[in-house]
Design a binder for this molecule. Structure first.
Ligand code: MD3
Ligand code: FE
Length: 228
């Protein structure tokens, strides 16, 4: 059995908004995993990496339409998308041509503690949402290794996150993700459709003065290739 928490009033904010760990097998929610001081340390480590490997605006396959979320990556592989190449993993930043910076020790440490999967993550996708940025309902299916979970960390403004089932048409639930929260998607949840409907501006002071535009940062740690 994974981690569960009781249904508290705070997890029942709106209709259909529940703790999704009651809903999808393999979903674990660790609210407030990082306290404020750990969030600041993590953000400082990210700031150094992002200075080398800046956020860029990814584009959709074929249409070339820009995503509203800006992205960069850390680690040996990074997830990218553009009109001509489509969704893929690659070892270099699409704008600078440089290798992605290493994944910070604190982040590797999180994986060791919560992933229940021995081989280290190969990719840390960093998403940056400045309202009204959002991320449509999608499946993370560009990896070869679905046995490994995806581990996510939220920093800065809170967001309204949505998660459903393995089919696009499956019913969905909504929940709030706040700064310092960790989500682990393993088992059946690994291939669940999910997205970010909106970011709530001004709900955290973490990014203020560190990232000029405020907003929300999300890290997702992924194993891309099958180990061995
Ligand atoms: C992975 N990011 O980068 S993270 C993504 O908040 C992505 O930026 C969102 O979706 C964000 O691909 C959500 C948490 C998450 C939730 C459910 C998942 C990641 C998941 C289900 C399967 C795989
Ligand atoms: Fe995703």
């Amino acid at each position: 059995m994974g981690y569960t928490r009781p249904l508290t009033p705070g997890s029942l904010r709106v209709r259909n908004m529940v703790s999704a760990d009651q809903f999808i097998q393999g979903f674990r929610f660790l609210p407030g995993y990082f306290d404020r001081s750990a969030q600041i340390d993590l953000l400082e480590a990210l700031r150094e990496a992002i200075a080398e490997s800046p956020f860029y605006t990814p584009t959709m396959p074929r249409s070339g339409k820009p995503l509203s979320v800006r992205m960069t990556n850390l680690g040996p592989l990074g997830w990218v998308t553009d009109r001509d190449g489509g969704y893929r993993y690659q070892a270099t930043h699409p704008v600078t041509g440089q290798p992605w910076p290493p994944i910070p020790a604190m982040v590797l440490d999180l994986w060791r503690k919560v992933a229940d999967y021995e081989p280290p993550p190969e990719a840390c996708l960093v998403n940056y949402y400045v309202p009204p940025a959002r991320l449509g309902l999608h499946q993370d299916a560009d990896e070869r290794d679905f046995a490994a979970p995806v581990v996510s960390v939220s920093l800065g403004d809170s967001c309204l996150f949505r998660i459903g089932g393995r089919e696009r048409a499956s019913p969905t639930r909504s929940m709030k993700l706040s700064s310092g929260d960790v989500v682990i998607l393993g088992g059946a949840a690994r291939l669940a459709f999910h997205g970010v409907d909106r970011v709530h501006p001004g709900t955290s002071t973490l990014l203020a003065g560190r990232f000029a535009e405020g907003g929300r940062i999300n890290l997702t740690l992924r194993r891309v290739t099958e180990p061995g």
